[in-house]
Write a protein that binds this ligand. Structure first.
Ligand SMILES: Cc1cc2nc3c(=O)[nH]c(=O)nc-3n(C[C@H](O)[C@H](O)[C@H](O)COP(=O)(O)OP(=O)(O)OC[C@H]3O[C@@H](n4cnc5c(N)ncnc54)[C@H](O)[C@@H]3O)c2cc1C
Length: 535
């Protein structure tokens, strides 16, 4: 039998990028990432992905479906792509259906002399429970366990806080500390070849959605994320966004867009699935800045990637408080559980067109812009007063880029019980709609019932005269819902204009593209472009 076999397990949905494994410059082998470690320590490696049935049950509180069709489709493509890459390097991806702890136990028994089981560390409770069970199996079967940290830009061990309990509760403080006191580790080049599977081991079929009793997604030509899963499409996207089009150099001006593929990087689904490493993106930005241009936009991609890191470390600091109704602030809010209102929100039938357009986009494509997410989350929690966990679990179900820490962290932030230092931050749906979809094109794209209302008036159909509505063939409460709520502050934005101008050109002044950008304040920019950043 074989003297040394390592099972490199992709527990949960972590698909290891083979091209850009991160390099640890210390000489401690236990701190190197999965494949490089396994290459050095095992004659045979079994890269393993388990389709865990627990991913296809209901969500924790409200029993919504847990994995939506768009994410599953993306996952299946990622698995196929990973198998192809591994095969091209002399290895393969072993695929099994079942709980990782049971699959690993079976494989250890079947193979006879497994030396170790290795996997990337996760931070949230469901994933930690699986890790715990895998560790128990290994302990029982006298197999060593090796774990690696892998998914963040800054390595957990490089954080400039003595203990995770010292992680600042304000993002800016976190960002400034890591930018000045930590460094992003380099990436390793692609290993040309990998140690093979043990002879005779069945690779296993990649299931279809139907095998997993899940629906197939229906493609929608309006999707802002028409991309496929896997490392190869992720690298292709980066090449397009950085090197072929220079879009990265205008990211800060376009990132609040709503329509099309190119207003933002669209890296999130690949990052969430582990198909691309944030360190690889970071080093590509550095190279781009050296060879092409360094500006506020190139920095801003890193600024946003740091939010992703932040939410992961917040999850480490706060554990299950990330999921609890009182949030990180342990604050009692009398959230409502009105399922009729929730249904209207999730189905895009609230009668508030900017909200409905975003919610329909999510349901029909599995993607929604960051601008949209902030607005619909604020609407659910602040305008409707619904339990924020309803929204978080709906996003968990549908988002292609669902990432447990980013999703729950952002929802807590929107609900005002997370990391936002500003109290009572509430978005004004009408102002936001007019700022970011000035001409109403985005709303009309997803809410065809309002197609005949021209310009920005499409954001407030209830403020139009009955003549204007009838001319646009809209009957509120019949062809399109009357608004479930009208917040008092919205009046400022539709009472200014003469009522009833809805079928003519926009009455709201300048027309512009739907993705008219809003500038952020330039926090962080001075630091990034100052010489002291390498200190
Ligand atoms: C309520 C709510 C829920 C969200 N849920 C998720 C989620 O489950 N998964 C997820 O990846 N993002 C989530 N986000 C953050 C953000 O909306 C998405 O990362 C972004 O829209 C993805 O598009 P992009 O890759 O083109 O982003 P870009 O604008 O191109 O940003 C580049 C990268 O930075 C990171 N990033 C940007 N904004 C954030 C942010 N606010 N928080 C964390 N990381 C960020 C992402 O990795 C993103 O790919 C959520 C935001 C809100 C308000």
């Amino acid at each position: 039998m074989f003297s040394k076999i390592c099972i490199a397990e992709f527990v949960m949905m972590c698909i290891c990028s083979l091209c850009h494994l991160d390099f640890d410059s210390t000489l401690v082998p236990s701190e190197n990432t999965l494949f490089h470690w396994a290459q050095r320590n095992a004659e045979y490696i079994v890269p393993l992905y388990c389709f865990d049935p627990r991913h296809y049950v209901g969500t924790y509180n409200f029993n919504l479906p847990k994995t939506g069709p768009f994410r599953l489709h993306f996952l299946l493509n990622s698995i196929k792509d990973l198998r192809n890459t591994l095969r091209s390097k002399g290895s393969n991806l072993v695929v099994r259906r079942g709980k990782p702890e049971e699959v690993v136990a079976d494989l250890i028994k079947q193979l006879g002399s497994v030396s170790s089981v290795a996997f990337h560390e996760e931070v949230t409770s469901e994933e930690l429970n699986v890790e715990k069970r895998v560790k128990e199996v290994c302990a029982r079967m006298k197999v060593k366990v090796h774990t690696c940290w892998g998914s963040t830009l800054y390595h957990r061990d490089d954080l400039p806080f003595h203990h995770i309990s010292r992680l600042p509760d304000v993002y800016t403080q976190f960002r400034k500390a890591v930018e000045t006191q930590s460094r992003v580790r380099p990436v390793f080049p692609t290993p040309e070849t990998l140690n093979p599977l043990p002879p005779g081991l069945e690779e296993g079929d990649i299931p279809t959605a139907a095998d997993l009793e899940q629906p197939e997604p229906v493609a929608d030509s309006r999707s802002a994320f028409p991309c496929s899963g896997g490392e190869s499409p992720a690298l292709e996207r980066l090449k397009h966004y950085f090197w072929d089009t220079n879009l990265v150099a205008s990211y800060k001006e376009t990132r609040n867009g709503l329509i099309g593929v190119d207003y933002s990087t669209k890296f999130a689904p690949w990052l969430a699935m582990g198909c691309i490493s944030p360190r690889y993106i970071y080093h590509q930005i550095q190279q781009y800045e050296r060879e092409r241009t360094a500006n506020q936009s190139t920095y801003w991609v890193i600024f946003e990637l740091l939010w992703r890191d932040y939410f992961k470390f917040v999850a480490v600091k706060y554990g299950n408080r990330l999921f609890q109704i009182k949030g990180l602030q342990d604050k009692h809010v009398p959230w409502k559980l009105d399922m009729k209102l929730f249904d209207a929100w999730k189905e895009g039938r609230t009668g508030v067109p900017f909200v409905d357009a975003n919610m329909r986009e999510l349901a029909m494509t599995g993607f929604m812009s960051n601008r949209g997410r902030q607005n619909v989350a604020s609407f659910l929690t602040k305008d409707l007063g619904l339990d924020w966990r309803l929204g978080a679990e709906w996003f968990e179900y549908l988002l292609i880029d669902y990432d447990v820490c980013s999703n729950y962290g952002n929802w807590l932030y929107s609900a005002g019980i997370g990391n936002d230092p500003r109290e009572n931050r509430k978005f004004n749906m009408i102002k936001q709609g007019l700022d970011y979809d000035n001409n109403g094109d985005y709303v009309r794209q997803w809410v065809p019932e309002l197609q005949r209302i021209r310009g920005g008036d499409v954001h407030t159909p209830w403020a139009l005269s009955s003549a204007a509505l009838s001319h646009a063939e809209v009957s509120l409460g019949e062809t399109y819902p009357a608004p479930v709520v009208v917040a008092p502050e919205w009046n400022r934005h539709f009472n200014k204009k003469p009522v009833g101008s809805g079928v003519g050109p926009s009455a709201r002044g300048k027309k512009g593209p739907s993705h008219t950008p809003k500038q952020h304040r330039d926090r962080g920019i001075d630091f990034y472009f100052s010489k002291s950043k390498n200190l």
